[in-house]
Design a protein. Structure first.
Length: 164
């Protein structure tokens, strides 16, 4: 499906909420990521932030969305939903999203951006390859990144990495 830069004004409203959740995560001692799920009628059904500081590195908000959706929405509702996130899904979360049968992903910052920032700051790579969503889940439509939010997210990631 591929990535596009066609972020709408409506997308930006939800992405700004994701950035707010990412800031909450950072302030709570977690990595700065936040996500939400919007159903086919435009209603926010679930939102969360990163919660990995306790040692469980699977506690990503995107993974929580997939689990919540699988338990609470019909397959049709899941397919009609849009996941918004401050950072493009990692490989684990991309797989969970696809297996749950969720609809499009809209992200504020890309894996490519985060990887470049981490390299610039000397952050060691994690244990999972930094793949874009469509390398893991080729059938999931994606939109992003949102240039309007890049600097704000970069600053949150820099604080998290100790580079700011």
């Amino acid at each position: 499906m591929g990535s596009t830069h066609e972020i709408t004004d409506g997308d930006l409203v939800h992405l700004r909420r994701c950035v707010h959740l990412a800031r909450e995560a950072l302030e709570a001692g977690d990595q700065p990521f936040g996500s939400l799920l919007v159903d086919g009628t435009g209603t926010v059904r679930f939102e969360d932030r990163n919660r990995v500081s306790g040692g469980d590195h699977t506690r990503h908000p995107e993974f929580a969305i997939a689990r919540w959706a699988a338990e609470n929405l019909t397959p049709e509702e899941r397919a009609a939903s849009v996941a918004y996130t401050s950072g493009e899904h990692c490989a684990m979360c991309s797989a969970a999203h696809a297996w749950a049968g969720l609809g499009p992903i809209v992200y504020a910052s890309s894996t490519e951006q985060l990887t470049a920032w981490h390299a610039e700051w000397g952050v060691e790579p994690g244990p999972v390859a930094p793949l874009p969503v469509n390398a893991v889940a080729p059938g999931v439509p994606v939109r992003g990144p949102a240039p309007e939010l890049a600097e704000e997210i970069r600053l949150l990631q820099a604080r998290s990495a100790g580079a700011a």
